[in-house]
Design a binder for this molecule. Structure first.
Ligand code: SF4
Length: 614
């Protein structure tokens, strides 16, 4: 554990490095190890696109083992969308391959003089010319790397959006799985790095294979016993969330003017999805849940087109937010985003904002290149998405993200953006889940619904004895947000060990079971408390890094509509967010200074992070 591959594209050099064992012990792996390493190599004065700003790909200690749903890759950088830490995470099969190639972490810095791709065959690492694939879409890029390295190679790559430094471009793998958030694609593009291919042929050494077998069987039982994973996520994939999220009043609709969209259940919900599209399920490495979807359009103007998803977030981003009540059209838009390497969450939110700007006359037809950005306009959306990826006309403005675009448009344009720190919000409402309100505001990477997915506790009413949540939490209560802390730590734990949050999002796999699998794989004895403590350490480390970039309480904000406009419908009808009350209670539980939102010196000391005090 702790083997890192360093690639400097500016110098054309590669180097193997043993990371300090204390890092592995204190931060466990995955996001923890990557962020610790990022801290070592970053400079707060360096901008995201500075060639010396690193991008780090990290595996977790359970990647490449039999542990179920443990195939996640973490990517860490400084986000060109937000200026905060960029942290994004993807399934597929790349992380186990990186681990089996003998590397826990891959760090890339420097900028190549011309476009390149990286070939990693265990310890044989070469920097290859990418001129034949620069400009190509994601599928062709992956196929090219497979031709060069063999079909067994795993690939991450960027599409034209990443090459064109679109601030919400993503890193793709398995053609349609995306490390979507925060502009990782642009980070690779800024280094002239088109793709990375990995062939890993070694086996992952385990401290106690029998104990891992037992702990993994327990995790499998927990996945089977939880109706969310076995009865919803497996058979219907993430589209299975659509109607129930709408029912809780956390489905942003018409650019957050509404909070639920019952009229769309019959056209965008999972039954319509599976009846309208030809659908096959897809699994990431070692995953019994198989929530992924590959689909083909069966009828209409896009008949015969196929691709990954659309996932729930794409249905929300382009369906409910933009009022495109046609699952085939949303599928087509999602396929295009994947091929061009755009994050569908940000892209859909930006289109929804642009539609409201257009309706209100903030963006006129001349500024929109003559495109009629009316609600539900499929052809306009397809064209805007394409223009964003290639930075053409209006697309060049929108490729900067909604925050920067609103600043350029001026006036009250900002009032219709839905972003935090520059990252667009996902399809996860906050007026009927005040837990989500605080999570979105404080997340280290800008708007984020998954650190943790707090709706599961307050809007959906789950309890978790192990985490001390023994009573139902009121989703509409602004204060008393201390319960977010242990759920956030459990969520972080999955990112440290390489597990998929979906196995834990509804508390299927228990924290103690994850700790057992970690102990068995590494030989480091780890209890639930140890796991949560390591997670808390990483959460505080990230907070301190963002503080060094200039972020503190003043930046823990939410869009105006969510603070001022009462929800017009759904279970949160009449609600706005009292964010100050929510933040005060959360900071107190975290041991952070109420005025600044920064960890207090005694908290840093307790976590062994005093060396981070500024
Ligand atoms: S639950 Fe879905 S996203 Fe998670 S590892 Fe399994 S297939 Fe991949």
């Amino acid at each position: 554990m702790g083997k890192a591959l360093l690639v400097d594209l500016g110098k054309g050099s590669t180097e193997s490095l043993d990371l300090p064992q204390e890092w592995c012990k204190d931060f466990l792996g995955g996001e923890g190890l990557a962020v610790r390493m990022f801290y070592e190599y970053m400079d707060p004065d360096r901008e995201p696109f500075d060639p010396d700003t690193p991008i780090i790909f990290a595996t977790g200690p359970l990647n490449g083992t039999r542990a179920p749903a443990c195939g996640r890759l973490v990517v860490v950088f400084r986000s060109p969308a937000t200026g905060t830490l960029g942290i994004t995470n993807v399934g597929g099969h790349f992380a186990p391959a990186l681990k089996k190639a003998g590397w826990d972490v891959l760090m890339v810095k420097g900028k190549a003089a011309k476009s390149v791709w990286l070939s990693i065959n265990d310890d044989q690492v070469t920097i290859e010319d990418a001129s034949e694939i620069w400009g190509k879409k994601v599928s062709l890029t992956e196929e090219y790397v497979h031709e060069k390295m063999g079909k067994g190679a795993q690939v991450v790559s960027i599409g034209p959006a990443g090459e064109n430094l679109v601030r919400f471009s993503c890193i793709m793998t398995d053609k349609h799985r995306s490390a979507g958030r925060g502009g990782g694609g642009a980070m690779m593009g800024s280094k002239n790095l088109k793709a990375i291919g990995i062939m890993g042929t070694q086996s992952v050494s385990l401290a106690d294979p029998d104990a891992l077998k037992l702990a993994s069987a327990k995790a499998m039982d927990e996945i089977k016993a939880e109706p969310f994973t076995s009865g919803l996520l497996s058979p219907y994939g993430t589209p299975g969330f659509y109607n129930s999220i709408s029912g809780t009043g956390t489905l942003p609709t018409k650019n957050w003017q509404r909070t639920s969209y019952p009229e769309s259940h019959d056209v965008l919900g999972h039954e319509a999805y599976h009846n309208t599209l030809e659908v096959k399920s897809y699994a990431c490495a070692q995953c019994p849940i198989s929530c992924g979807r590959k689909s083909t359009i069966k009828e209409g103007p896009y008949v015969g087109e196929s691709g990954g998803g659309p996932e729930y977030e794409t249905l929300g981003a382009f369906g409910s937010k933009c009022l495109i009540n046609d699952v085939s059209a949303v599928a087509k838009i999602g396929y295009d985003c994947n091929e061009m390497g755009l994050d569908t969450i940000s892209a859909g939110q930006i289109v929804a904002t642009a539609m409201e700007w257009y309706e209100r006359g903030i963006l006129d037809q001349e500024q929109s290149d003559g495109i009629e950005l009316t609600w539900g306009n499929v052809e306009a959306t397809l064209e805007i998405v394409r223009r964003m990826a290639y930075r053409e006309g209006i697309g060049d403005l929108l490729a900067e993200g909604s925050k920067r675009a609103a600043e350029k448009l001026g006036g009250d344009a900002v009032d219709y953006t839905f972003e935090v720190k520059g990252l667009e919000m996902a399809s996860c409402g906050v007026r009927a889940s005040k837990g989500e309100a605080v999570v979105h505001a404080v997340s280290p990477r800008g708007a984020d619904h998954l650190r943790p997915y707090a709706s599961v506790i307050d809007a959906f009413g789950y309890l978790e004895e192990e985490l001390g949540i023994k009573e139902k939490q009121d989703p509409l209560l602004d204060g008393n947000k201390g319960w977010v802390k242990p759920v956030q730590e459990l969520s972080m734990a999955t990112n440290l060990i390489g597990a998929c949050l979906f196995a834990s999002i509804c508390l299927a796999v228990k924290g103690s079971t994850w700790a057992g699998m970690y102990s068995a794989a590494t030989g480091q004895k780890c209890s639930l408390e140890d796991l949560l403590l390591a997670s808390e350490r990483v959460i505080n480390m990230e907070r301190m890094i963002n503080f060094s970039f200039g972020f503190d309480r003043k930046d823990d904000k939410l869009p105006k509509r969510l603070l001022k406009e009462p929800a017009p419908d759904g279970p949160g009808e009449g609600q706005v967010v009292d964010l100050d009350t929510a933040l005060d209670s959360y900071y107190e539980a975290m041991g952070w200074d109420i005025a600044t939102g920064i960890p207090k010196p005694e908290k840093l000391q307790e976590l062994g992070l005093s060396w981070m005090q500024l």
